[in-house]
Design a protein around this ligand. Structure first.
Ligand code: HPA
Length: 249
């Protein structure tokens, strides 16, 4: 890769462990100073643009959200020269309009996770430091993804608050009421610490959050993995179309 060349990473979540349409050129297992990535990094081209794909939960899907080595993942992406990251996250929908297969490009996060290695600046790997995280997602990259969606007539909600919960269990109805009172629109288990680690490394990071179920207590029915996978399989094509449109632009 030439210096200063754009290199986009796509981090795939549940339902996106393989990236169809990616013209694969190489795969690399990367061992970083902070451990191994969830899966080998896949190097390839999409719309004639170089991309790196990483399956966040491993391939096959095996790592629960709290066991993902987010620091190794992000460090490896930096080490191979990634200049921007598009994170794909399956989420539950909390507020109105956040129904199955809706897509949200969030602009804020609230972190409810605990016990995760969530910083590089821990005084061990790197000296203590404090990054600005007022606006956790990269605005320019988010806008470009929004633009691509609009150009393809794919409805997305621009802006919204992503609640990052610990998992792997889903929430109680009371927990979702609390998140709603806190101002959250969607809920997922992997948004943090990924977003802040990208910020600590100075890599622009945006999220395409695909709603795969109504959050707990927001519909009459129980949440089943069957329904989640059905929504994922249907909605993921829209997510991939947005990414393709962005890369082609
Ligand atoms: N809660 C948390 N994470 C999720 C959900 C949910 O309802 N759906 C998909 N990921």
């Amino acid at each position: 890769m030439k210096q200063n060349e754009k290199l986009t990473a796509i981090i795939g979540g549940t339902g996106l462990t393989e990236y169809s349409g990616l013209d694969i050129q190489d795969q690399k297992i990367i061992k970083t100073a902070l451990g191994e990535t969830s899966a080998p990094l896949i190097f390839g081209e999409l719309m004639d643009q170089p991309v790196v794909f990483l399956a966040r939960h491993g391939h096959p899907h095996k790592l629960p959200p709290h066991k993902v080595n987010y620091r190794a993942n992000m460090l490896a992406l930096q080490e191979v020269g990634v200049t921007e990251i598009i994170a794909v996250n399956a989420v539950g929908g909390i507020t109105s309009g956040m129904d199955a297969e809706a897509i949200c490009i969030p602009n804020q996060i609230i972190d409810y996770t605990h016990g995760r290695e969530d910083t590089f600046f821990d005084g061990v790997y790197r000296p203590l430091d404090h990054v600005d995280f007022t606006h956790p997602y990269d605005e320019a990259l988010s806008n470009k993804l929004h633009f691509s969606a609009e150009a393809k007539n794919i409805l997305v909600t621009m802006g919204g608050v992503y609640a990052a919960t610990q998992g792997p269990r889903l929430e109680t109805a009371a927990e979702i009421r609390r998140l709603e009172n806190d101002g959250c629109d969607v809920v997922g288990m992997t948004g943090m610490p990924e977003a802040v680690l990208a910020r600590e490394l100075g890599i622009p990071y945006a999220c395409l959050a695909l709603v795969v179920n109504k959050a707990a207590g927001k519909s009459e029915e129980a949440i089943t993995m069957n329904d989640i996978y059905k929504s994922l399989n249907q909605g993921i094509h829209k997510v991939q179309a947005i990414i393709a449109g962005y890369l082609a632009s």
